[in-house]
Design a protein around this ligand. Structure first.
Ligand code: DGL
Length: 277
């Protein structure tokens, strides 16, 4: 069981921020990544649709015999974590609870900002989790829908991106937050720019990093940690569209060569789910 892989899925390429953190923290673990590049973005879709996609993604990984799963996508974590935890009998970790737990722990003045996609912010998932940890926290949230396309365009150090971040964050800064949760897979790439906008007194919380730490804790509690480096052999990568483009971007992002990225057509994902319903 310990040498089985860990599954990670996302709406596309952004979940590689979780792959990067998990590989850093748990180098012995073999990872299987699925990016739903045919249907990205999830952030602007309805909860019903996101839940359906998340189930299909999770069944694909579960068929790969994974011992645990991380929902790297904040939007899918917000909408589908409970559902998937009920449906599968392996540990399933979302990025929201770990990120919220980390932020609640480090805030000094109890004022926490959250930024994410429309879907994540509308779900109120970060707020609910933060208040369940400590009901006296003050939470100020903002949807920042323009940031994902800016990152995908490679505009992470442009002045215009900084201006847009400034617009989005100004109401949060007015509330005197001292901690800001980057509640979207793409935002860690904007960390330097966001830090410039918020200043050094605001601590940025990367949910991907917190989720990797949570995976480490759960695997160790359940005695599921990989025993040696052998088991991490080669991570595997699957996408629902544009495997070559994914491979190119992922190699740049992870700073290493990747094995072939395999295309999984949407009808395969859909028919797998139909077979069990
Ligand atoms: N992965 C999504 C998230 O973290 C961002 C991209 C999308 O909208 O699908 O919410």
């Amino acid at each position: 069981m310990n040498d089985k892989p860990v599954g990670i899925f996302d709406s596309g390429i952004g979940g590689l921020s979780v792959v990067r953190q998990v590989s850093k923290l748990l180098p012995n673990e073999k990872l299987i990544y699925f990016g739903d590049t045919a249907r990205v973005p999830y952030g602007s879709k309805s909860p019903r649709v996101v839940r359906e996609f998340a189930r299909q993604d999770a069944y694909f990984l579960s068929d790969k015999n994974v011992k645990a799963m991380i929902i790297a996508c904040n939007t899918a974590s917000a909408e589908a974590l409970d559902l998937l935890q009920k449906e599968f009998d392996i540990p399933i970790i979302g990025v929201i609870n770990p990120g919220a737990g980390f932020a609640a722990n480090i805030t000094k003045n109890g004022k926490i900002g959250v930024i994410g996609t429309h879907g994540t912010i509308a779900s109120g998932a970060y707020e609910t989790e933060l208040l369940s940890i400590n009901s006296s926290l003050e939470v100020e949230s903002a949807a920042c829908p323009l940031l994902v396309p800016l990152v995908e365009e490679g505009w992470e150090s442009k002045e215009v991106t900084k201006e847009i971040i400034g617009e989005y964050l100004s109401p949060l800064l007015d509330k005197n937050i001292d901690t800001l949760i980057l509640g979207c897979t793409h935002y860690p790439i904007l960390k330097p720019l966001i830090q410039e906008v918020v200043g050094d007194d605001v601590v940025l919380v990367d949910s991907a990093e917190a989720a990797a730490a949570e995976l480490e804790r759960i695997l160790s509690d359940k005695n599921l940690s990989a025993s040696n480096k052998e088991s991490s052999s080669e991570h595997e990568y699957y996408v629902s569209d544009f495997p070559f483009k994914f491979k190119e971007t992922a190699e740049r992002f992870l700073g290493k060569r990747l094995p072939e990225v395999e295309l999984i057509p949407l009808d395969k994902l859909e028919s797998r789910l139909k077979a069990i319903t």
